[in-house]
Design a protein around this ligand. Structure first.
Ligand code: UDX
Length: 459
C-alpha cells in the first residue's frame, strides 16, 4: 500500500489563519497523513494553554514552534512591525526546522518532511520548500474572490486602478474577471479606512504573495464552488475544499488562542429557537470608546436576548466602569463573555442572527449554520465579504455610519430588527447552508477536491 508523505503545515500567526489550517491538518490526518504543524512560539504557547491535551493522544498532528523575532505584545499588535519581522526572521528558522527533522530522521525517508502546505500569507515558506526540493501547495484562508483580487495586484497597478501603495485614485467599480461581480473601490482586500499606514503595510505584504504564489500550482481555498464559482474558475489550480468545520467530536481541533467560555452554551439552552442575537467581532477588531458605547446602547434598546463576545482588548480604552452598569441593566436578557466557542454558538438553535465583523471564518461559520448576518467590517477582506453577503448571496445586511462614520444605537437597532424580520434573508441562508453541507458530504465538490488532494500526498 502506498505510504503518505510527511506533511508540514504552516499558518500565518493569527487566530483567523491558525483555525482553518488546523482544521485542514486534522482533516488530512484523518486519512492517515502524518502532519507537523508549525506555529510561532508565542502562538504555540497560547494554543496549548487554551486547549489542554491538543498535542496528546492518538492524533497524527505534531505541534512544533519557531520564533517570530518579536519581543512584546505591543510589537505583535502593531501590524507593520509584525509583518516585517515575519518576513525577515521566520524563513531561516523554518529551513533550520526542516533540516533538524531530516537529521533526526537518521536517513529514514518516511520521517523527513516531503510535502508542505503553506498559508499563502506566509508564501515565503513555499520558496523555502522549493529551495529544499519539497513538494508544496498554497492555502488561502480568505474568500476565493479575495484571492483573485490579490493575485491581480500587478494588473491593478499597471492599469492605474490602484497606485503603488494600493490606494484607488478613483471611485469606479473594478472589473477583474468578466464573470465576477465588479468590486467596489473601497472593498480592496488590503483596506484599512482607519489607518493609511496599515493599508500600505498590508498592501505591500499581500503584493509579495503574487511572487510567492508562482512556487506552486495548487491553491487550496476554504470555500465551496456553489458560493464562489466564478472566482474559483478564475484561479488556475484552485481547489475549493470548504467550508472547513471543526468536527463536533473534537471541537478543540480548531485551536482557539483563548479559553472558551462555554457557560454561554447552557445559557443558550434556556432560550427558545431563533430568539438570540449573537455578536462577535473576531480576534483583532478594535472599537473606539464612543462606537463601543453606541453598540452597547443599541443592544440595550432592542431588549431582546443577546450574547456578546467582548474581548479584553476589544476597545481602545478601559470599559470596566461602563460595563458594570450595562451588565446590571441588561442582566435579564444579555450575556457577555470574553471568548466564546463560536462554532457551537452559531450551530445552536436559539441563535437568530449574527452581528459580525465579516472575517472570512466567521462568515463561513454563519453561512454553514444558516444564520442571517449583520455586517460591520473593520479591516482587510472583511469589506469585500460584506459586499458578497449583502449584494450577491443576500444573506444579511450592513450597518451604515452617520456623517462622522459612527454607527449609532438607532442604526444598530433598526438593522437588527430588519435582519431578524426578513423572510427573504432567512430563506437565502437556508439555501446556502444546504449547499455548504452538500459540498462537504459524500460526492460533494469540496470533498472530492480534498480526496484528490490527499492522493497527491502519497509517496
Ligand atoms: C482574520 C480576517 O478577518 C479574515 O477575514 C481572514 O481571512 C483571516 O484572518 P479574524 O479577524 O480573527 O481573522 O476573523 P475570522 O476570520 O472570523 O476568524 C475568527 C475565528 O475565531 C473564527 O473561527 C471564530 O469562530 C473564532 N472565534 C471568534 C471564537 O472561537 N470565539 C470567539 O469568541 C470569537
Amino acid at each position: 500500500m502506498a505510504k503518505f508523505k510527511h506533511v508540514l503545515v504552516i499558518p500565518y500567526p493569527a487566530q483567523g489563519h491558525v483555525t482553518p489550517l488546523l482544521k485542514l491538518a486534522h482533516c488530512i490526518a484523518d486519512y492517515g497523513v502524518k502532519v507537523t504543524f508549525v506555529n510561532t512560539e508565542f502562538i504555540h504557547a497560547q494554543v496549548m494553554a487554551a486547549n489542554p491535551g491538543l498535542d496528546e493522544g492518538s492524533s497524527r498532528v505534531k505541534f512544533v514552534a519557531i520564533p517570530d523575532g518579536l519581543e512584546t505584545d505591543e510589537e505583535r499588535k502593531d501590524i507593520p512591525t509584525k509583518m516585517e519581522s515575519i518576513l525577515s526572521v521566520m524563513p531561516d528558522h523554518l529551513q533550520e526546522l526542516i533540516e533538524k527533522v531530516k537529521k533526526q530522521s537518521d536517513g529514514n525517508e518516511d520521517e523527513q518532511i516531503s510535502f508542505m502546505i503553506a498559508d499563502l500569507t506566509v508564501g515565503w515558506a513555499l520558496e523555502v520548500a522549493e529551495r529544499m526540493g519539497i513538494e508544496r501547495a498554497g492555502f488561502w484562508p480568505a474568500s476565493a474572490s479575495a484571492l483573485v483580487m490579490t493575485l491581480h495586484i500587478p494588473k491593478l497597478i499597471e492599469g492605474g486602478v490602484v497606485d503603488n501603495n494600493g490606494f484607488a485614485p478613483k471611485n469606479d467599480l473594478i472589473t477583474i474577471l468578466e464573470d465576477l461581480p465588479a468590486y467596489k473601490s473601497n472593498d480592496l482586500v488590503w483596506s484599512c479606512p482607519e489607518d493609511p499606514a496599515i493599508h500600505k503595510a498590508i498592501f505591500k505584504y499581500l503584493s509579495s504573495i503574487v511572487h510567492h504564489s508562482k512556487r506552486t500550482n495548487s491553491f487550496l481555498c476554504n470555500s465551496f464552488r456553489y458560493l464562489e464559482a466564478p472566482a474559483c474558475s478564475g484561479i488556475p489550480g484552485a481547489l475549493p475544499i470548504g467550508p472547513l468545520m471543526a468536527s463536533a467530536r473534537l471541537v478543540h481541533r480548531r485551536g482557539s488562542l483563548w479559553n472558551e467560555d462555554s457557560t454561554c452554551l447552557n445559557w443558550l439552552d434556556q432560550h427558545p429557537a431563533l430568539s438570540v442575537i449573537y455578536i462577535g467581532f473576531g480576534s483583532t477588531t478594535i472599537f473606539g470608546m464612543e462606537q463601543f458605547y453606541e453598540l452597547a446602547h443599541g443592544l440595550e434598546q432592542i431588549a431582546r436576548p443577546f450574547l456578546w463576545v467582548v474581548r479584553p482588548d476589544l476597545t481602545d480604552g478601559p470599559v470596566t466602569e461602563f460595563h458594570d452598569g450595562f451588565l446590571q441593566r441588561v442582566r435579564n436578557y444579555g450575556k457577555v463573555v470574553q471568548w466564546a466557542p463560536q462554532e457551537e454558538v452559531l450551530a445552536h438553535p436559539a441563535v437568530a442572527c449574527f452581528f459580525t465583523h465579516c472575517g472570512w471564518n466567521s462568515t463561513l461559520e454563519g453561512l454553514s449554520n444558516g444564520v442571517p448576518l449583520l455586517c460591520r467590517p473593520y479591516l482587510g477582506d472583511q469589506f469585500l465579504n460584506r459586499s458578497f453577503i449583502c449584494d450577491v448571496w443576500r444573506v444579511g445586511l450592513g450597518v451604515d455610519g452617520d456623517e462622522n462614520g459612527l454607527i449609532t444605537r438607532h442604526e444598530v437597532r433598526k438593522k437588527l430588527l430588519a435582519v431578524l424580520g426578513s423572510e427573504e434573508i432567512r430563506a437565502n441562508c437556508l439555501r446556502v447552508k444546504e449547499m455548504a453541507r452538500k459540498s462537504v458530504s459524500e460526492g460533494g465538490s469540496s470533498l472530492k477536491n480534498l480526496q484528490s488532494f490527499v492522493e497527491l500526498m502519497k509517496a
